[in-house]
Design a protein around this ligand. Structure first.
Ligand code: ADP
Length: 677
């Protein structure tokens, strides 16, 4: 077994120390010279942490739901050891409902055994602490605990929705979001696609692009094809009925062993509000199975050369299953980094860029996720909290720049693969590479969301006292079994260090300026009105305009209605969401940008938008304050008449918090005014 933190075989550990402030590894475009994105100090670079788990797997007592492990820790009643076991037993084990885990079940089971948590494979009548869903949030009605999916995530990471969300950010911050290939949404942007490509070709005749067409909602390479010219798009039938994203194809990927590969990185979105993001130190690299050549009309159709999907390449005769993380068609990302590092590549900078890409992508997704969240789990109603493991697919360009391909809401957590034993005879066999990476990600996600962690912290002082008491008792009784007592054993004892590293809020200072659409979404949510909805009606939109004091002689309420109708009709005609009528967040964002451009003509877009947000927040804070004062007046008047009824007065949560907001909003607004004039 390798020592903890040892690099993969035959590879010198790449440095992964925290970078000093102002380090050159910082993303160049960051406006502040704040803390750089790197991984924590003292950590060996990208060690195959989970690799040690396989060895350990046998050591962890196994049994259904970890019961054997628990039983073994018990002593005969009446014996001192039994009391100690009881002391440990008093700590309730975390309960996990795995009945809907689907293909992640095997990896989840191993993780739960390692943690000695209690699994309920068939569900439980009583609530569980954690519900592990294989597909989406909506598998069940759950009113407490935690679910490993966010409502709306699956919709958010569909190819078209992700492209739109990233594009909104590209409009605001083009340089910061240049890690996503230029994309167009079909069919509605087909004319735009044709025009833009023609213009770019005219301005640079040497540009010989290739494009990749990906059906929306497709996965595993399904329906994907490459084209050299917009006229090659298959416009017959299917494109109309099946929307797609067409994207600039990255022609010069980094090759290893002459093969194209991509990276699957696991990212934990631990919380939406406040935003908490973790990245797994290791991921998987999935290889093509034909040597790569830049796309030509001749090789465009060779999927084993251009598409890295495991599900496609496994059918190639060249696919190599390997138990070694450094070889084969699926390897650990750390093994690739070791190779790169040995060739002198700046692996630290690469990590920094990847962290930056992940944070920025999640910042693009959070506004709409918050709309879904408040709709499914309205504030003040009982409901679970959510967390989610996301699979980021990243392609490295030849110059080591990471490019985002897509985000998966349900990354495969299978730890076995199908192998053809003899022609036509298939069997599922364990895949050590998958197990090494995925079990660690699931186990450490659970450790991070452990509901008892906080409780344990609270009782830590108490436990210390108990431990010294127990020692004293053991000495008095001369018992020889002290070392085995479960009661003093930390639940984390024996587990490797976490493979997930926090990147947000750790690097919040560098990225917070990008969270403008989040603030627009907060305004949108405020005016949604009816709980449970995701669309803004015309009245809500008018109230927004009125409360934020956005209408005036140049912008009448009639113009407001026209703006609402125009934008809403266009978005709804794109067929994004027919379930509800009204204005969705993306349409609202468009309307907001439009208002911002109108009001602050001379500024760049992100400044126009930031100024309008400040303006709106300022007026809303003032309104809240006014309402609070009125509310207080009512309370005082009522209490003067019927003192005992004051408890019944309902003040909205917003009405409780405005003073602070107002001060902040007012000073921001003042800052803005000073800055502008
Ligand atoms: P799917 O969800 O069907 O897997 P992806 O967006 O991941 O769709 O694309 C499938 C594969 O196509 C990727 O794994 C990658 O190898 C290749 N690919 C996708 N987009 C690009 C691109 N813009 N440039 C180069 N290769 C790409």
């Amino acid at each position: 077994m390798e020592p903890a933190g040892a690099p993969p075989q035959g590879c010198a550990p790449a440095r992964e120390a925290e970078e000093p402030p102002g380090s050159p590894a910082l993303p160049a475009e960051e406006p502040q010279g704040g803390q750089p994105a790197g991984l924590p100090p003292g950590e060996a670079a990208l060690p195959a942490v989970a690799g040690r788990e396989r060895g350990r797997r046998g050591a962890v007592p196994q049994g259904p739901g970890g019961r054997a492990a628990r039983g073994r820790g018990r002593r005969a009643p009446g014996r001192r050891g039994g009391e100690e076991g009881g002391r440990a037993g008093r700590r309730p084990r975390v309960t996990v409902d795995s009945s809907k885990a689907k293909t992640s079940l095997e990896a989840l089971k191993i993780s739960l055994r390692q943690l000695r948590w209690r699994e309920f494979p068939f569900g439980r009548r009583l609530p569980c602490d954690i519900y592990w869903h294989g597909v989406s949030f909506h598998d069940n009605d759950i009113f407490s605990g935690q679910v490993n999916k966010f409502p709306g995530m699956t919709e958010m990471v569909r190819k078209i929705t992700l492209s739109r969300a990233v594009r909104t950010m590209q409009d605001l911050f083009p340089l910061e979001y240049n890690f996503y290939p230029r994309s167009w949404i079909l069919p509605e942007e087909f004319p735009l696609f044709v025009d833009e490509v023609r213009m770019m070709k005219d301005s640079d005749p040497s540009w010989k692009p290739t494009f990749i067409v990906k059906p929306d909602g497709g996965c595993q390479g399904d329906g994907i094809y490459l084209i050299k010219d917009p006229s090659d798009i298959r416009l017959t039938g299917s494109i109309q009925s099946r929307p797609a994203v067409v994207q600039e194809y990255i022609c010069k990927p980094l090759l290893v062993d002459k093969l194209k590969f991509d990276i699957r990185l696991y990212v934990l979105l631990k919380s939406l509000e406040p935003l908490e993001i973790y990245i797994a130190k290791d991921g998987l690299s999935r290889f093509c199975t034909e040597p790569y050549q830049e796309p030509t009309l001749k090789n465009l159709h060779q999927v084993f050369m251009h598409l890295t999907n495991y599900s496609l390449n496994i059918h190639s005769g060249n696919f190599i299953h390997s138990d070694n993380v450094n070889t084969g068609s699926k390897r650990t990302f750390s093994s690739i980094l070791c190779r790169l590092s040995s060739r002198g590549a700046d692996v630290k900078k690469l990590w920094s860029d990847i962290i930056s890409l992940v944070i920025k992508t999640i910042i693009a997704l959070t506004p709409e996720l918050k709309v879904y969240y408040q709709s499914d789990i309205p504030a003040g109603k009982p409901g679970p909290t959510c967390f989610q493991i996301l699979g980021f697919d990243i392609l490295l360009m030849k110059n080591l720049k990471p490019m985002l391909l897509e985000v998966n809401a349900n990354p495969s957590m299978r730890i076995e693969h199908e192998q053809e034993l003899s022609p036509g005879v298939f069997e599922n066999v364990p895949s050590p590479v998958d197990e090494e990476v995925k079990v660690a990600v699931i186990r450490d996600t659970l450790r991070l969301v452990d509901p008892q962690k906080k409780k344990r912290k609270d009782v830590q002082c108490q436990t210390l006292e108990e431990a010294s008491e127990a020692k004293e008792e053991a000495r008095e009784a001369g018992a020889g079994d002290g070392g085995e007592r479960g009661g003093s054993r930390s639940p984390e004892a024996g587990l490797p260090s976490l493979c997930l590293k926090q990147v947000f809020p750790k690097y919040a200072r560098q990225f917070s300026y990008l969270r403008l659409v989040d603030r627009v979404a907060a305004l949108f949510i405020r005016f949604l009105g009816v709980k449970g909805t995701t669309k803004l009606g015309p009245t809500g939109f008018r109230t927004f305009i009125r409360n934020c004091k956005l209408s005036n002689s140049n912008f009448s309420m009639a113009s407001v209605d026209i703006l609402y109708i125009d934008i809403t009709r266009r978005w709804n005609s794109m067929g994004i969401d027919h379930k509800e009528s009204g204005m969705g967040l993306q349409a609202f964002v468009e309307a907001f940008f439009c208002l911002a451009q109108k009001k602050y003509k001379s500024l760049p877009l992100h400044k126009q938008v930031a100024s309008l947000i400040d303006f709106c927040e300022y007026h809303l804070a003032a309104l809240d304050e006014k309402r609070l004062v009125c509310g207080r007046g009512i309370v005082e008047r009522r209490s003067a008449v019927v003192p005992s009824q004051t408890d019944g007065l309902h003040l909205t949560p917003a009405a409780h918090t405005p003073l602070l907001n107002r001060t902040a909003a007012a000073s921001k607004f003042a800052d803005y005014r000073n800055h502008r004039y």
